[in-house]
Ligand binder design. Structure first.
Ligand SMILES: C[S@@+](CC[C@H](N)C(=O)[O-])C[C@H]1O[C@@H](n2cnc3c(N)ncnc32)[C@H](O)[C@@H]1O
Length: 280
């Protein structure tokens, strides 16, 4: 039985949960979308109305239902080498200066954070960029990339690294052959040495403090802030900036912007790319 369109009062309760826990802003116009996204979940779990579903999330002390709610709510759309120019900028502005400064690849640390990695395509694109820069050899001390997301199911897909070949259609054949092996017809898995360049971790952007001891040379946080209102965005940008090395780069999605009041020590250095003031 369908529970029907969520009523305004219950929608506000769900929106409060999304905002206070994950910084995700759900305006009234998303009421129908939320109804569509969750109707099946409610039906499968035998809830007869929205209020009982929300009560159960709020009363679940384990927090498991809240995480499932986040999983269902977020959109994990992504693809390999999305907004490709950014990978080029990473090559020219972060990797190249390391080489010219005489970096020792095996001993040197490169720290890149793929923040909001969804099902892994962006993190693997970064790993491929690093390997390719080294002509296929190990790029820096392992693992140079941290990939995080709030969604358990997206992270599981990312860690598994299984993809339909269709998803690789825009990737040059040479890269496909080098970094993927056939699982079964129509499906591939990333090769182990590519996976070993990435550490996958669950992380909520709304956590008070990020648990990092060292700062990053580059942070890719792209197509994530679309979920957030100005206040959550401002808080996130300031914490991402804090996590960057001086001179490090922050990449955001091309459809996203950082308003002047949230720039702090960041300077725009290209389309959706910002450098933190100071030298690395
Ligand atoms: C549209 S995907 C972007 C994937 C990739 N960065 C790209 O540009 O293709 C956005 C990701 O942000 C994650 N996300 C949303 N809110 C989050 C939060 N509060 N903490 C951590 N990750 C979050 C979602 O789970 C989702 O996987």
């Amino acid at each position: 039985m369908s529970v029907g369109l969520i009523r305004p009062a219950e929608f506000r309760r769900l929106a409060d949960l999304a905002y206070s826990n994950f910084g995700i802003h759900l305006p009234e116009k998303k009421r129908q979308l939320v109804t569509n996204k969750f109707s099946n979940t409610l039906a499968k779990r035998g809830f007869e109305d929205w209020a009982s579903y929300i009560d159960e999330i709020e009363n679940d002390l384990s927090g498991r239902l809240l995480l499932e709610f986040a999983d269902r709510l977020t959109t994990n759309h992504t693809y390999f080498f999305r907004e490709e120019a950014h990978f080029d900028i990473l090559r020219r502005q972060i990797l190249e200066p390391k080489i010219t400064s005489g970096a020792n690849f095996d001993g040197e640390q490169m720290r890149i954070w793929c923040a909001g990695c969804a099902s892994g395509e962006e993190a693997y694109s970064l790993a491929i960029t690093l390997f390719e820069y080294r002509g296929g050899a190990q790029p820096f001390r392992l693992p140079p990339i941290l990939a995080s997301d709030i969604s358990f199911s997206a992270l599981k897909k990312a860690k598994d690294g299984h993809y339909d070949v269709e998803r690789l259609r825009n990737m040059p054949r040479g890269l496909r052959q080098k970094y993927f092996k056939e699982n079964f017809p129509g499906n591939v898995t990333v090769v182990d040495h590519l996976r070993s360049a990435i550490l996958f971790k669950r992380l909520n952007f709304m956590s008070e403090k990020f648990p990092f001891k060292k700062k990053f040379h580059a942070v890719f946080c792209r197509n994530v802030m679309i979920y957030f209102d100005d206040a959550s965005k401002g808080g996130l940008i300031s914490r991402l900036t804090e996590a960057l090395e001086p001179g490090g780069l922050l990449f955001i999605g091309h459809s996203e912007t950082i308003s002047r009041e949230h720039l702090g020590p960041l300077q725009s250095v290209g389309a959706a790319v910002y450098r933190k003031g100071g030298t690395a």
